[in-house]
Each structure stands twice: as structure tokens, then as C-alpha cells.
Design a protein around this ligand. Structure first.
Ligand SMILES: Cc1cc2nc3c(=O)[nH]c(=O)nc-3n(C[C@H](O)[C@H](O)[C@H](O)COP(=O)(O)OP(=O)(O)OC[C@H]3O[C@@H](n4cnc5c(N)ncnc54)[C@H](O)[C@@H]3O)c2cc1C
Length: 431
């Protein structure tokens, strides 16, 4: 049954309408990507913009069926019956299509991201959730050094006017280089990610080289073909705020970058010098709320070790987690050696082991990608649970795309957990 419901405030007439197809050959792969990686967002849209209740949404999975100029069509279908509560079968939720309208129509697929982000922001706001922000932030580089064999720590700072607000520091002022930034750095949040503008530093470097060569900076700025030449292979890259704290003279922050050869992100980080600025243009919170209770397992590779380290420092759950740490190089396993877990309020103080997490190391001697890595992680977890009988209630992990895709069903089967308790994010893609 396809019953097209209109879910936007602009279109509330329940009638079938003709939406404008985008006719772009890329649509199928964009739809497949959203369906694979962003199910929770689609359910969020349904929750915020349709009359479906939380109980009904718990019974369904959702998928985008098409993207039109005016919005997206989301279809619901019942989850497989074996994981439904007894007697919960509700066929009216099966094969329903809901239309979620964009704030403004798009004319090409390139405009989708902006409208999708607006939908997400509106939905999160309605649901009282933290959301993605498109703000520009400017940090000063203070220092950089290795914290494990291939992990480079960037020490950043941001001057602040006010230290009264411990969780979020917000102010509007100029940094050391005179750039204006909107300051808002979460000091008490794990996995908060920033999209770093790699082009900012490539352009600044080119500008500096140009002026030391005797060319006028203004000449450079107007020359588009020269700008093209200095553009890095990728314009931006996500890195996590490993930790941020309020110091006497402003906010200090760490960002830990995994160096894995000659790549745009790694080269950007490795060549940064104290006194330079770095610019971020987008930021978003990580999905970790489900880790507040129960026995959790965190599954990380080098790119998600920073999130796990901050999670441990801010651990807010009576039970310490198991950490599965997969690295290519044994020399990066030491990353967790200096991480101290915050002792939890309800911890059994008689049992001091409750204040410690266990790391299950996996060293692969090759880049950590692909479905075979998922099989290895699942097998190692199975072996660990055979020797240490634990009932795992929650999973958080972030890995390479194909590993994450293959690992989710393996974990759901092995641990018999629901969709909401198994969060395995994609942090990078193997070429
Ligand atoms: C929300 C989020 C938070 C993140 N936080 C961090 C963080 O705190 N620290 C961090 O280091 N990374 C983090 N990442 C991952 C980082 O954005 C990617 O690894 C990114 O691809 C690195 O860019 P690059 O220029 O080094 O490589 P790319 O330009 O992506 O790729 C160049 C080559 O390197 C390979 N490659 C890319 N990443 C890896 C890898 N991890 N291991 C092996 N080979 C790789 C690719 O297959 C390709 O062949 C995060 C990603 C997301 C989405």
C-alpha cells in the first residue's frame, strides 16, 4: 500500500501529489547511502513531522524511496516479527509512504545536503535533541606532538571572554589573527566532531609563499587558476574534539589526527605550525546517549580512539565498558594507556575493578577496512565473551564503511540487541 501522506506544515492536505523528479543518475547511490547510514535520522523525521507515535516508530524500519525537488519520500515497513514485542503486529504501519517537505525546493542534487541538514536541524529541535551546526570556528594552533606511534595531537586554543559556563563557552570575538568567530566549544561531550577546512591553510600557505616571493597578496587573491593549484585533494575533513577545557586564558582543545601515509588530512595536520589558525565549518554531536546504562562495548579503530577516550573520561554509567581497539600498528595500542575513566557515582566502591575499563587489543598489520575485519572483530568478541561471561547491552563503535556495514548484523545476531542499542558509525571510507 502506498499512501502518500504530506508531513510538512506547508502541505497538510492528505492527497496524492505529483512531485518533481530530479532525474539525476547519482540519486540511487545517495538514497542507498542515506538508507544504510542514516536510519536514525529518517526515524527522527518521521517522529518530528508525522503523527506516528514513539511506540509505532519502535515497530518499524524506514527507508527513503525517492528524492524530489520538493522533499523526500520515506517508506515505513514493519521490523522482522521475531524482534517485535508479542502481539505488536500492526499491518497499518507496513508499506506506508510519508512525504517530508524541504524548507525550499531544490533544483539539483548538489543542493540536497543543505536542505537535508535543515530538515535534521528542525527535527532535532522539535525532538529536543542536540543537532548539527553550520557555524565557523577559528582556533589558534599552540603545539603538536605524537601521543602514540601514528597519532598526532594538535593542541588548539580559543580565547574566551567568560568562564562562568562550564559546559559550553559561548562568545563572539576576534582571535589572535583578527578573524571573528562564534565561540562555542563543548567541554563535557564525547565524540563532538568538527569539519576542518583544509583549504583555509592551503590558501594561507600559498599567500605566505607568494608574499615572501615578492608577489602582492592581492594579486594572488584575484587569480582563480592559482587558487585551483593550491587546493588540497579534499577541501575538508572531520576530526573529533578529543577534549576541551577552560584554561585561565581561554579554551584549550586537543584534536588527535591519525597519520596514515601521504593523505590530505594527515598532511594538513602534520604541517601545521604553532601560531597558525585552523578553521572549522560544521560540527555535530556523536550519538552516545544509549551508553548511560548497561554493559557497553566500544569498538574503535585509530579514527575513533579519540571519541572512545573522551567517552571513558566522561563515563556516566555504573558499569565500565569493554573497549575493542583495532589498530594497524601495535605502536598505537598505547593510546589508551594514559586515559583515566571518571569514577562513576554509583560505582561499587568495594570493588575497585569497577573503576577500570578493559581493552581488548587487535593488531592487524594492515589498514583496518572491509568486511573481513568485521568477522575478525566479531570472532574476537565471541572468544572474549566465552572466557569472560558478560551480557553486553549496548554497543558504540566507529569504523571504516564496509567494516561497519558488515559488523552491525553480526553484532545484532551475536548479542541479540535492538537497532537503538547497536550504534556503529562510519568514520571513513576505504578507496
Ligand atoms: C565524525 C567523524 C569523526 C572523526 N574523527 C577523527 C579523529 O578524531 N581522528 C582521525 O584521525 N580521524 C577521524 N575521522 C576520520 C577521518 O575524517 C578520515 O579518516 C579521513 O578520511 C582522513 O582523511 P585523509 O585525508 O587522511 O584520507 P582520505 O583523503 O580520506 O583518503 C586517502 C587514502 O587514505 C585511506 N584512508 C583514509 N582514512 C584511513 C584510515 N583511517 N586508515 C587507513 N587508511 C585510511 C583511504 O582509503 C585513501 O586510500 C573522523 C571521521 C568522522 C566522520
Amino acid at each position: 500500500m502506498t499512501n502518500l501522506l504530506l508531513a510538512s506544515t506547508e502541505n497538510i492536505d492528505n492527497q496524492n501529489s505529483q512531485y518533481t523528479p530530479l532525474n539525476d543518475p547519482e540519486i540511487a547511490s545517495v538514497v542507498a547511502h542515506i538508507n544504510e547510514e542514516h536510519l536514525d535520522e529518517l526515524l527522527g523525521f518521521l517522529s518530528a513531522f508525522t503523527s506516528l507515535s514513539t511506540t509505532e516508530l519502535d515497530l518499524v524500519d524506514a527507508q527513503i524511496t525517492d528524492i524530489y525537488a520538493e522533499g523526500i519520500a520515506i517508506q515505513t515497513f514493519l521490523k522482522s516479527s521475531e524482534i517485535q514485542p508479542a502481539g505488536a503486529h500492526n499491518t497499518s504501519l507496513d508499506d506506508q509512504t510519508f512525504f517530508i517537505a524541504f524548507a525550499a525546493p531544490i533544483s539539483q542534487l548538489d543542493d540536497l545536503q543543505a536542505q537535508y541538514i535543515l530538515l535534521k536541524q528542525r527535527a532535532d529541535k522539535k525532538l529536543g535533541k542536540k543537532t548539527i551546526k553550520l557555524t565557523k570556528q577559528v582556533f589558534d594552533v599552540q603545539n603538536s606532538y605524537r601521543v602514540s606511534k601514528n597519532m598526532l595531537r594538535l593542541e588548539l586554543s580559543m580565547p574566551s571572554l567568560n568562564s562562568d559556563t562550564p559546559l559550553i563557552n559561548t562568545a563572539q570575538l576576534s582571535n589572535a589573527k583578527g578573524a571573528t568567530s562564534s565561540m562555542s566549544v563543548p567541554t563535557n561531550e564525547a565524540g563532538y566532531a568538527y569539519l576542518f577546512d583544509l583549504e583555509h591553510n592551503a590558501m594561507t600557505d600559498a599567500l605566505m609563499t607568494d608574499s615572501t616571493d615578492g608577489n602582492k597578496a592581492s594579486d594572488y587573491k584575484t587569480n582563480d587558476s592559482e587558487k585551483e593549484n593550491v587546493r588540497p585533494a579534499r577541501p575538508h575533513c572531520y576530526y573529533t574534539l578529543r577534549k576541551a577545557w577552560q584554561a585561565d586564558n581561554g579554551i584549550r582543545a586537543w584534536v588527535d589526527v591519525f597519520l596514515h601515509g601521504n593523505t590530505p588530512g594527515g598532511n594538513w595536520a602534520a604541517t601545521l605550525q604553532a601560531g597558525e589558525t585552523v578553521v572549522t565549518k560544521r560540527e555535530f554531536p556523536e550519538k552516545v546517549e544509549h551508553l548511560r546504562d548497561g554493559q557497553a562495548v566500544l569498538i574503535v579503530d585509530e579514527t575513533s580512539m579519540p571519541t572512545a577516550a573522551r567517552l571513558l573520561e566522561l563515563w556516566n554509567n555504573p558499569t565500565p565498558p569493554l573497549v575493542i581497539c583495532v589498530t594497524q600498528d601495535a605502536g598505537d595500542q598505547s593510546y589508551f594507556d594514559t586515559v583515566k575513566m571518571r569514577s562513576c557515582l554509583n560505582c561499587d566502591t568495594e570493588n575497585s575493578s569497577n573503576n577500570y575499563f578493559t581493552v581488548l587489543p587487535i593488531v592487524t598489520n594492515q589498514p583496518n577496512s572491509g568486511a573481513e575485519l568485521a568477522t575478525l572483530i566479531d570472532r574476537e568478541l565471541g572468544d572474549y565473551l566465552t572466557n569472560n561471561p558478560l551480557k553486553i547491552d549496548k554497543v558504540w563503535g566507529a569504523l571504516e564503511a564496509n567494516t561497519a556495514k558488515a559488523l552491525r548484523p553480526l553484532l545484532k545476531d551475536r548479542l541479540e540487541l535492538s537497532r537503538t542499542d547497536v550504534v556503529v558509525k562510519v568514520y571513513w571510507r576505504h578507496d
